[in-house]
Design a protein. Structure first.
Lengths: 144, 292
């Protein structure tokens, strides 16, 4: 075989070997575990800590409020929907306090709109009553 | 040149070790070359643990994880369903999603659209008039007054939107680096460490569910709150929705009287843009024909 061909073949073999060596080092171990992607990415994506604590966490301390709510029209609503994210409060209940309800929160759902479904109790806030919602309604038992 | 080469070979093959011309003799084999090859193989074997250490170091440099162990994605199948008749357009879900996932301003993993169908014009011969769709700030702050006079409105309703969890997702098919994928549990996820931010997937999604995250410079989308659902919590939007317009569950592990199974069994559910062949999974009930 002519030497230039031999050199060419050797060079090709070296390049192919280098490719496989580099591939061995750079392709992540978990690649192809579930499909054509890095399986470890699933673990990385789920590593973050949740912010909203969930109703079950609230129930561990405030079971009497949750029970009261369960009998009222607002039974399906999560505590944090009105009281904002509770993660900090769950971890350190004495330091982190959650805000109480305010009238803007009531209007956000109950202000009348033709787009809103008919089953929802709606009011035109401007015509309804000039004072505060909580003068007549308690959010945990909203019916008068 | 070639003559020289042939001569050299000839000289080598006549070395002292190969005096008797056996038919099995290997050309050019000498004691020295055999020992050299054996030493090379032994060296290679000895170097393998070191190579493994190097490989681990390289890959740790590329990415690392601190997730709690014990989640097997092949043993779950997550799905969300939406009840259009229950959505009141308060925008709490959009806000909850943005807070939970640190979604930048003006980007949305989920959003609410308001559909307003006008009455048909006089003698137009149509059953309904023009459709106006708006979603100011994704509906995050609720919705302002209707964009058309109240007297002209035939019908109006809200539709929550999110990733449709396609079975044949076009967004994952166009990714040039394998950074976005359909997880075995139904979620369509983005590997932020491998995404190069080319934006192909953002263009490929026919539902407009992906966006370019200006902070991480990668594609971003709804993960079904993957960090929550794998810890036994509901996605933030489902947790916070005050009217149960969003129903979430695990099809492989239904709870007693499973709300998702019950919802899909008792309603005529539809998928968005099914004709595109993307195999969307997110089920909508009460969908009007104008919704896309």
């Amino acid at each position: 075989m002519p030497p230039q061909i031999v050199r060419l073949v050797l060079l090709t073999i070296v390049i192919v070997c280098l490719y496989f060596t580099a591939r061995h080092f750079f392709v992540p171990q978990s690649f192809g575990k579930y499909g054509h992607y890095r399986g470890a990415a699933i673990e990385e994506i789920r590593a973050r800590e949740p912010l909203w604590a969930g109703r079950k966490e609230c129930e561990t301390c405030h079971s009497e409020v949750v029970e009261k709510l369960a009998k009222a029209d607002h039974q399906g609503i999560s505590c944090e929907t009105c009281h904002s994210p509770a993660r900090g409060h769950v971890e350190d209940p004495d330091v982190v306090k959650l805000p109480k309800m305010n009238a803007a929160m009531c209007a956000r759902c109950h202000e009348a709109s033709p787009s809103r479904p008919k089953w929802l109790h709606q009011i035109t806030v401007a015509d309804h009553y000039p004072g505060s919602c909580t003068e007549c309604h308690t959010p945990h038992q909203p019916k008068l | 040149m070639s003559e020289n080469f042939a001569q050299r070979s000839a000289v080598k093959s006549q070395g002292p070790g190969f005096a008797g011309a056996s038919p099995y003799r290997v050309k050019n084999m000498t004691r020295r070359s055999v020992l050299r090859n054996l030493a090379g193989i032994a060296g290679g074997i000895l170097a393998m643990p070191a190579a493994q250490v190097c490989k681990a170091a390289v890959q740790n440099g590329l990415a690392s994880s601190n997730a709690p162990a014990g989640y097997d994605p092949t043993r779950h199948k997550w799905l969300m369903a939406l009840d259009v008749d229950r959505c009141i357009g308060c925008g709490m879900c959009v806000e909850a999603c943005q807070k939970e996932n640190g979604v930048p301003q003006d980007c949305f993993r989920t959003w609410i659209e308001r559909y307003v169908i006008k009455k048909p014009g006089p003698e137009s011969g149509n059953a309904r008039g023009e459709t106006v769709v708006d979603s100011p700030d994704g509906g995050k702050e609720g919705f302002p007054a209707l964009p058309v006079p109240k007297a002209e409105v035939l019908k109006s309703f809200f539709v929550p939107k999110l990733c449709n969890l396609c079975d044949h997702s076009p967004c994952t098919q166009v990714c040039p680096v394998g950074a976005t994928f359909d997880a075995p549990d139904g979620a369509v996820l983005v590997d932020k460490n491998y995404c190069i931010g080319c934006g192909f997937c953002i263009q490929a999604c026919p539902y407009g569910c992906r966006f370019f995250n200006p902070v991480t410079h990668t594609a971003d989308k709804c993960t079904l709150c993957y960090h929550r659902i794998t810890r036994g919590l509901k996605p933030a939007c489902v947790e916070i929705c005050p009217s149960q317009a969003r129903i979430f569950g695990d099809l492989k592990h239904p709870v007693a009287d499973d709300p998702l199974q019950r919802f899909i069994a008792n309603n005529k559910v539809e998928k968005l843009k099914e004709s595109l062949g993307t195999g969307p999974q997110v089920a909508y009930a009460g969908l009007d024909e104008v919704v896309r």
